[in-house]
Design a binder for this molecule. Sequence first.
Ligand code: SAM
Length: 222
Amino acid sequence: MLSEAGMPPARVRLVASLVRGGEIRTAAVREAFLRVPREEFVRPEDRRDAYDDMPLPIGEGQTISAPSMIAIMLEEADLRPGERVLEVGTGSGYHAALLAALVGAENVVSIERLPGLAAWGRRNLDRAGFAAVTVITGDGSLGCPERAPYDAILGTAGAPQLPPAWPRQLTDRGRIVAPVGLSRTFQDLLVARRRPDGGLDLRRGTPCAFVPLVGREAWPDG
Ligand code: SAM
């Protein structure tokens, strides 16, 4: 078990509160949150708020999600070391770093549509020690077929429906965890699991509010 000694007290307190609240349920997700420095993934003026459990602005109208929401998504994804993961919506790179802590940085591909954020997320990941994560600029509503298949696809922006390309890019035991809903602002967290017959078991979970997924198989721009 990872020792909390020497960790910033605010990070330790946040992790303890996510365990108490039930958002963190497993030792693996707890250790990932203890390992990844959220202060390296927020704007300099927000560093003192890095361990408050809330979304923060990251520029270009986008946000880094609240740690509790990310914890729920990571627990639903049920990741094992060595599994290959696609994250749609790199933003700051924080969620990608947590995925890297769970499965290994070389197994994480993260795609971001806004070039400025992709570059910033890339720099944050490098500085925080996750240089082996692959960051791609592009429309993740189409998935990222050139790196498929994935054991899990995590969407971090709200889609109007499950993008049809995503299930096609899963392995046999693949999972999708993503906010989906008919409003640009409010969604439910969709958890999908591929069945042996190739179909998907779908479950609608926690209500949530993500920025919109904008792209060919998602919301139009503007
Ligand atoms: N995961 C990020 C983090 O840890 O900071 C936060 C993601 S933010 C809530 C959603 C991100 O999805 C934004 O950076 C946005 O530009 C991006 N996005 C929206 N539509 C996209 C698309 N079609 N493909 C890739 N990224 C997209």
